[in-house]
Design a protein around this ligand. Structure first.
Ligand code: MG
Length: 432
């Protein structure tokens, strides 16, 4: 062991698997697929938070829940669905006074989003910043689009350097199922996207589509062009137990996917209302199709509302650590799928205060200044990989106990992959 105070070091203990952000890296669009840094489909799978302005959801908007979804559910994606034009203060279905969207209280809403984004970045998973609106194109409310530009400029300025962050600029446009609706969405997108790109040149942007983000084939006929089309995917939503969705939506998407990349930023097991009987045979067809097409997805939703698309019972603590009895039917099904499809991992991203709680390793790796100190069980090959996915340095047959100088490398987060005779391990370092 190194006889140095670990408090003074930027220390990260490794685990068997890297965090999703290290594994998948920066997202981009390649042809009609959303891909990771290695060019393969990103396959993000996770959960959408329910509206932050709802009493049944707001208390769950915290880092403990994000951590629990990552660790226990194996979610590699979480979506922060921030209300915009909605004011639920007088909703009679709410047990107490509800909250109001960004239009009414920008600071309060933005702070809730930042809580989720900060937690996702710290944990090493992806996060969608969702402008959860149906009426941003309302011609009688031109200030709404200006507020979206303001909000996304703030978000891009704060988070654009983190590859974890995805911008969803318009959840479900309610303007219709025709070219006219798409032209309104497009005109709005052509305002917001340049504002984001002015400060963040590269993170993935999701653009909503006509008829509540279902009629993606309309967008595919006349997609965004030029700089506005760079690293943009189009939003496709469905509710598996809605007969009309089941009969039509996969066809819309199959047609669209010949021309444009899709991202399922929201889908539910339930009928479209969010409530009602789950049709498991339709659900299986929809879900298997989505997986076969390598679509990334976030399921609706994390909240304890009394409806079948909700994942949680009212017994579910606002701090995660949920028992199976705290989950509703949707939550149980989704957790099982996520745990089956997404790999388990326990590394934690961040600035050096990380903890690996699940799989302690007897070997360790310490970064002291620009010296990387290895304390391994056996000699190993080591790759140093930038967050972009580029291998910046490779070392062969390093001694089990040695140090390597990283002087001269740009500051930032790197993935350290160690391959020895008997094991393969990944660590994350934050080079200052
Ligand atoms: Mg960026």
């Amino acid at each position: 062991m190194f006889k140095k105070s670990i408090l003074l070091l930027s220390v990260l203990f490794g685990s068997l698997f890297a965090a999703p952000i290290d594994d998948i890296g920066a997202l981009s669009v390649s042809g009609t697929q959303v891909v990771g840094a290695n060019g393969q489909p990103a396959k993000l799978r996770g959960m959408s938070m329910f509206w932050n302005i709802a009493q049944e959801a707001g208390p769950y908007w915290n880092a403990n829940v994000v951590n629990w979804l990552a660790e226990d559910w194996h979610a590699n994606l979480v979506r922060a669905a921030m209300g915009v034009e909605d004011n639920w203060g007088s909703d009679p279905n709410l047990t107490s006074e509800g909250y109001k969207g960004y239009e009414f209280d920008a600071a309060w809403n933005q702070a809730m989003v930042e809580t989720i984004v900060d937690a996702a970045i710290a944990k090493g998973i992806y996060v969608i910043i969702d402008w959860h609106s149906h009426w941003t194109d309302d011609p009688s409310k031109p200030e709404r689009q200006a507020k979206a530009v303001e909000f996304f400029t703030n978000m891009a300025t704060k988070y654009g350097q983190y590859p974890n962050v995805i911008y969803e600029i318009y959840n479900e446009p309610g303007c219709g199922a025709d070219d006219d609706c798409w032209n309104k969405i497009k005109s709005y997108a052509e305002k917001v996207i340049p504002a984001i790109r002015a400060v963040d040149p590269d993170n993935l942007i999701l653009v909503g589509t006509p008829s509540y983000s279902s009629q993606v084939q309309i967008a595919a006929n006349n997609p965004l062009t030029g700089d506005n089309a760079f690293n943009v995917a189009y939003v496709f939503h469905f509710y598996a137990s809605e007969e009309w969705h089941y009969n039509n939506y996969m066809g819309f998407a199959n047609t669209a996917m010949q021309k444009i990349p899709l991202f399922v930023s929201e889908w539910g097991l339930s009928p479209a209302s969010g409530n009602g009987t789950i049709n498991y045979s339709w659900l299986d067809v929809f879900f298997n199709w989505m997986e076969e097409k390598n679509l990334s997805w976030a399921a609706w939703s994390i909240c304890n509302k009394n409806e079948s698309s909700a994942s949680l019972q009212t017994s579910a603590s606002p701090n995660g650590n949920w028992a199976e009895s705290d989950l509703r039917e949707s939550g149980t099904w989704l957790r099982n799928k996520l745990r089956t499809l997404n790999p388990e991992w326990s590394a934690v991203s961040g600035g050096g205060s990380a903890i690996s709680s699940k799989q302690k390793s007897s070997s360790s790796l310490l970064l002291q200044g620009t010296e990387l100190l290895l304390n391994l069980n056996e000699s190993a090959n080591m790759d140093l990989i930038a967050i972009s996915g580029e291998v910046v340095k490779s070392y062969k047959n390093l001694n089990a106990n040695t140090s390597v100088s990283l002087q001269g490398l740009p500051k930032g987060i790197y993935l350290v992959k160690l391959q020895s005779k008997n094991s393969s391990k990944s660590y994350k370092i934050n080079l200052q």
